[in-house]
Design a binder for this molecule. Structure first.
Ligand SMILES: *[C@@H]1O[C@H](CO)[C@@H](O)[C@H](O)[C@H]1NC(C)=O
Ligand SMILES: *[C@@H]1O[C@H](CO)[C@@H](O)[C@H](O)[C@H]1NC(C)=O
Ligand SMILES: *[C@@H]1O[C@H](CO)[C@@H](O)[C@H](O)[C@H]1NC(C)=O
Ligand SMILES: *[C@@H]1O[C@H](CO)[C@@H](O)[C@H](O)[C@H]1NC(C)=O
Ligand SMILES: *[C@@H]1O[C@H](CO)[C@@H](O)[C@H](O)[C@H]1NC(C)=O
Ligand SMILES: *[C@@H]1O[C@H](CO)[C@@H](O)[C@H](O)[C@H]1NC(C)=O
Length: 375
């Protein structure tokens, strides 16, 4: 994709430009992407409903409020809109939809407690309550070529969290290996931020897309990421997923930086009673308090690539108790070689006990264009 010298000089420059940053609110503005830098910050949310027909992917509605670009082929993006909203999903009947709505601005304002309001020009907004228990999202771009209006109302069922069971840092530095790291690995551990304000819960969706009403109550999730560089500048491969299943709320990330032998994992597993796990670690560094996501089997993927036909997600919590889930895709949107986002079914629970069923979203971001083979 990008030539190495350019990547290296950019990394050197960005290490100077961007140091570890913090926002006043948990879900506030952490860094400042603009047209002349390569930084990106986004607020993501998801509603996944139970399909009417088993094996079909809908209903689903997912959004990203963007400042800057998560994947950027040309480092000079001054001719592209800096602020925009991307929306993807599936109607009740399983048909997919995708749209990107540019916005004149992308402003974050932080209120009392952890209240955050995001205003993307006149086309969309989100409002997180001060206790992060509710969030209202509105879309207002009813005219062609966008054709979307309506709202999503989230109700959280869990406490907000960062990735490493700490309350003082949104970065993955707690898992940093002690050996010398490349610039790329350092950006990964010190400057890629993740804040999950709504780990799970429910969401009421009522939107109209090109004249079709999409109305359902589904599982809700909302988080935020930011970084000084587009993901393709420092990530080779990245798996992410989340679900509500039976009593469990779960999410995971498994990532390998570019040109690195490190596999970094973070996993979150919670019930009404307890947070069973909220860990971050490098694969192989320990055997308990770990989460492992494994691709299994093969199927046709995006753009003539091969993709996994299912995934096994394991959590081994601190006391050694194991939980195992199986994720099977029913639909994919977006579908590109660098980024596939599946919706599907999930089953599992505590190993050897009741197996629950649910719906999940899980993705493979593959800027390194790694070739998948199940061998
Ligand atoms: C854009 O960000 C850079 C730092 O990355 C900063 O030097 C510059 O002043 C910013 N420009 C504007 C218009 O805010
Ligand atoms: C980026 O592209 C724009 C439009 O093509 C150009 O005016 C500008 O000089 C370029 N900036 C850099 C830093 O190359
Ligand atoms: C599903 O619904 C969408 C939106 O109304 C419609 O455009 C599409 O044709 C439908 N697909 C099928 C297979 O009925
Ligand atoms: C809505 O309709 C317009 C005009 O036909 C089309 O360009 C656009 O892709 C449609 N949007 C979606 C989300 O299907
Ligand atoms: C996670 O943090 C909580 C709160 O500080 C603590 O009680 C718990 O032991 C931690 N879990 C692990 C596995 O370290
Ligand atoms: C990638 O790895 C090779 C071999 O270890 C090394 O020579 C090179 O400098 C690395 N490149 C980057 C961008 O880290």
């Amino acid at each position: 994709m990008l030539s190495l010298p350019r990547t290296l000089s950019l990394l050197t420059a960005s290490a100077v430009l961007s140091t570890t940053a913090y926002a006043a609110s948990f879900d506030g503005q952490y860094i400042h992407p603009n047209l002349t830098n390569t930084a990106v910050e986004w607020w993501w949310g998801s509603a996944v409903g139970t399909p009417e027909t088993p094996g079909s992917p809908g209903p689903v509605l997912q959004f990203l409020f963007y400042q800057g670009y998560s994947v950027l082929a040309d480092l000079n993006h001054s001719t592209l809109p800096e602020y925009y909203i991307t929306i993807n999903g599936f109607f009740q009947n399983g048909t997919d939809f995708s749209l990107t709505v540019p916005a004149a601005s992308g402003d974050i304002s932080e209120g009392a407690g952890n209240a955050v309001t995001g205003t993307w020009g006149t086309v969309g907004a989100f409002e997180l309550s001060s206790d992060m228990k509710t969030m209202a999202v509105t879309f207002d771009a009813p005219d062609a070529p966008y054709g979307i209006s309506g709202s999503m109302k989230f109700k959280s069922n869990r406490e907000n969290h960062y990735g490493c069971n700490v309350t003082d840092s949104p970065y993955f530095g707690h898992a940093k290996p002690s050996h010398t790291l490349s610039n790329i690995e350092q950006v990964f551990f010190d400057q890629l931020g993740w804040a999950v304000s709504i780990p799970g819960g429910s969401v009421d969706v009522d939107v109209t897309i090109n004249g079709t009403r999409l109305q359902f109550t589904g599982n809700g999730y909302h988080d935020q990421n930011w970084m000084p560089l587009a993901l393709n500048e420092f990530i080779s491969s990245w798996y992410f997923g989340f679900a509500e299943i039976g009593p469990y709320t779960l999410s995971y990330v498994s990532a390998t930086p570019l040109n690195s032998s490190i596999t970094f994992n973070t996993g979150y597993l919670a019930t009404d009673q307890a947070v069973l796990q909220n860990q971050c670690s490098v694969a192989g560094s320990r055997t308990t308090d770990v989460s492992i996501i494994r691709p299994v089997g093969e199927m046709a993927g995006a753009e003539d690539t091969i993709a996994p036909s299912s995934w096994t997600l394991s959590y081994v919590i601190d006391d050694g108790t194991e939980y195992e889930f199986n994720l099977v895709p029913t639909g994919v949107n977006p579908t590109m070689a660098v980024y596939q986002r599946w919706t599907g079914s999930i089953s599992g629970g505590k190993k050897g006990e009741t197996s629950y069923e649910g719906v999940a979203t899980f993705e493979w971001l593959n800027p390194g264009l790694n070739v998948y083979g199940s061998a």
